[in-house]
Design a protein around this ligand. Sequence first.
Ligand SMILES: NC(=O)c1ccc[n+]([C@@H]2O[C@H](COP(=O)([O-])OP(=O)(O)OC[C@H]3O[C@@H](n4cnc5c(N)ncnc54)[C@H](O)[C@@H]3O)[C@@H](O)[C@H]2O)c1
Length: 451
Amino acid sequence: MSDRYLAFANSTAGRRLVGALGLPAPLRLERWLAGRSRPVDGALLIGGAGSLGAAVLPFANKLTDQLFAAAEGQLELPRWTAEHGPKLKALVFDASGLSRFEQLIELRNFFQPAFKGLAQCPRVVILGRAPESLKDPVAASVQRSLEGFSRSLGKEIRRGGNVQLIYVGKGAENQLEGALRFFLSPKSAYVSGQVLRLSACPVEVKDWTRPLAGKKALVTGASRGIGAAIAETLARDGAEVVLLDVPPAKDALNALAARLGGRGVALDICASDAAAQLIEALPDGIDIVVHNAGITRDKTLAKMSDAFWNSVIDVNLNAPQVLTQALLDAGTLRDNGRVVLIASISGIAGNLGQTNYATSKAGVIGLAQAWAPALGKRGITINAVAPGFIETQMTAAIPLTIREAGRRMNSMGQGGLPQDVAEAVAWFAQPSSGALTAQVLRVCGQSLLGA
Ligand SMILES: NC(=O)c1ccc[n+]([C@@H]2O[C@H](COP(=O)([O-])OP(=O)(O)OC[C@H]3O[C@@H](n4cnc5c(N)ncnc54)[C@H](O)[C@@H]3O)[C@@H](O)[C@H]2O)c1
């Protein structure tokens, strides 16, 4: 489904008219293009006075060759000023050293000048320490306050930019590279206002250009939409892909599988023998499982039939649980595996006419959180990606006015693309994402829903 207003607002004539009428002008977001290698295409400014800035330095020159610091002599980098520095493509602010309320002004002191020198589609990451890891109540409160700051900054940055907060656990400093490669690059185009926690884990990165080489990945609901984009992205990153979808989608499924050098499995995940069939189809095991297949059957609760309720719970919630359990019991899911569940912001904010869907998607988040400790013992992580409004056949079926509202009610004034969800999944799927489990990453352009 194409967004005609976005295309119009970015055309020469449209830009003039939109400006003259004072209409919102969503910017065409930069996305990751095949063949690119550097995460940051331009200047990266590092600021702040904690210990995490120094942890970024050893790999910062792999992110970009234009590195600057906010203060004279800091990290031995050239100093950036709004008057003389280049436009900034990325900013990393280390807030881990802030422990008193009066130090919070350092956020303003760093970001106010930096925001005068932003390039298009800039990326901001603030680094802190998880409040729950700190004994001093003031220090914990200061670190917690970063959430409000980063989310507000996400609403002010405009120009297609985004802002995230990463709480880095003790011993997880060496996990920052994978996270910054995602958040400072166009791979995070439609992710903003997010808060993630990195925990310590062994680093395992051989080749950042093909991080999934040697891994086998299963994607359900892969014949079209978000699932097809996930399969393409995992294949791009080097994984051997197994694509699953319902038997009527067999032709599209097999065509895509052939193009990606993978294999199609035509199977209804709710069939009574689905688990047995799936295990049989994966005799050599699997490293990455993406539970993406999902359906909507929208009605207000007053008009909700048994069939609408049950089908949504079965496909979206029961099937991922049954299949995950079966893959584990059969030993099909390998140690150090990655499970990613596709939730929805409906499961976080709730949505009119979607009691069944929101229940299922909140349950999916519950699955990630409930499974994480047991899976962690085998080095397996499980996370949820919660998309907002993504341009697919599912959202094309929404009535026009509701669709337009869903598309625009976020910091970026537009819907996301399947690729945006796929990039988040691919990041969670990487061996280097062992530092992340039981987390929920929204890919929603910082939607106002449930913000
Ligand atoms: N599009 C959005 O804006 C959006 C927002 C939030 C969450 N999501 C979630 O993202 C996922 C993908 O959504 P989409 O927009 O690409 O939807 P889509 O309808 O385009 O694709 C869903 C795929 O799942 C498959 N599927 C459905 N039931 C199945 C079953 N029983 N067995 C096997 N495959 C089955 C379908 O055949 C289809 O190919 C879903 O879980 C959806 O709930 C989408």
